[in-house]
Design a binder for this molecule. Structure first.
Ligand code: UDP
Length: 355
């Protein structure tokens, strides 16, 4: 019997790419999403790419403990990949209660049901934002986390800690489950710290669908190129970097999705070295905002309307990943070039614009 993975937030940008890769790797998937930040476009795309019309989809809010509990009762779930969370930094500063409630409660419910149903393997979608403005680059998993500068970033740190503590507390729980009956079991956990996920599936059937004005660089670039936005502002060209713009580690979303599959397999196949593990998921390659804009223009053969603008408050100058642990332990490596990724991002933008 194929193992079944619950993907919470599976109709969203990263969740839909992960669902595709899980299915292509032979896993059964249950997608749960409250559709608060997406529509059915990506889920429909997932069905087309995989040729699977029968992927179970449950429209539930993971903040609803009874609904999560019902999911775990209705399906035998072997692993969870938890994406269901709010992710806009600026909005989290304005609406901290909403962010803490949503991001923490949904994860607590997932963990509670995981522990109550014979234990489970839980993969948490974390972020390089936990490193803040790191003193030494690239950052390794041992680089100290710095105090979060936004409620969003804080929820990532808090959920990592909640997972670590839950793993520790449940380690000695028995794992046998009697048919139908609840039985406490151990939770094992992996936190993947993503750098900057960008791009779209090569089929152009799934990709990022930002609501309103995009905060992130690549959707802003593609929307400017298609004519939805007038001009891209490059935030800051007086940083202490070669060209004065910030450095980031842009990871292709399909590469990122594949990292989830190997991490889940590691848990399910009993290959973990510790019951709670952390991996950086990036390319290990710093790229400046200016370089990224130039690469986008070049690979897609167009000119982008952009201007230099003041620094954006809260941005770190530079961050990129030391990927050795992920490379060696997971046997995973980012493969796509930034050019291919930017071509895929553009193909997706054109598709959703109907061009
Ligand atoms: N950025 C920019 N213009 C934009 C959006 C982002 O110059 O319209 C820059 C931003 O200042 C940062 C980089 O692009 O240096 C990546 O920003 P993004 O919001 O995509 O991700 P972050 O690294 O902040 O998580």
């Amino acid at each position: 019997m194929a193992k079944r993975v619950l993907v919470s937030g599976g109709a969203g940008y990263i969740g839909s790419h992960v669902t595709v890769e899980l299915i292509e790797a032979g896993y059964e998937v249950v997608v749960a999403d409250n559709m608060s930040n997406c529509d059915m476009t990506c889920f429909e795309g997932v069905k087309k790419i995989t040729g699977r019309e029968d992927i179970p989809f449950e429209q539930i809010d993971c903040c609803d403990a009874a609904a999560v509990e019902k999911l775990f009762t209705d399906y035998k779930i072997d692993a969870v990949i938890h994406f269901a969370a709010y992710k806009a930094v600026g909005e989290s500063v304005a609406e901290p209660i909403m962010y803490y409630r949503n991001n923490l409660v949904s994860f607590l419910n997932i963990l509670e049901s995981s522990k109550n149903h014979g234990g489970c393997n839980v993969l948490f979608s974390s972020s390089a934002t936990v490193y803040g403005e790191a003193e030494k680059l690239p950052v390794t998993e041992q680089t100290p986390r710095l105090p979060a500068t936004s409620p969003y970033g804080n929820t990532k740190q808090m959920c990592e800690d909640i997972l670590r503590d839950t793993v520790k507390a449940t380690a000695a729980y028995g794992a046998e489950v009697n048919a139908g009956a609840q039985q406490l079991g151990p939770v094992k956990g992996i936190a993947l710290r993503y750098f900057n996920p960008i791009g779209a599936h090569p089929s152009a059937l799934i990709g990022e669908l930002p609501r309103g004005v995009p905060n992130n660089l690549v959707p802003f670039i593609t929307q400017t190129a298609i004519g939805k936005r007038e001009c891209l502002s490059i935030f800051g060209n007086d940083y202490p970097t070669e060209d004065g713009t910030c450095l980031r580690d842009y990871i292709d979303v399909v590469d990122l999705a594949k990292a989830h599959v190997v991490a889940v397999s590691r848990m399910l196949d009993g290959k973990m070295k510790e019951d709670y593990e952390i991996f950086n998921i990036g390319t290990g390659r710093p790229v400046s905002v200016y370089e990224l804009v130039n690469a986008f223009e070049k690979v897609n053969g167009l000119k982008l309307n952009y201007k230099f603008a003041p620094r954006r408050p809260g941005d770190v100058v530079a961050i990129w990943a030391d990927t050795q642990l992920a490379n060696n332990e997971l046997g995973w490596k980012a493969e796509r070039s930034v050019e291919d990724t930017l071509a895929a991002a553009w193909a997706w933008e054109k598709r959703i614009a109907g061009k």
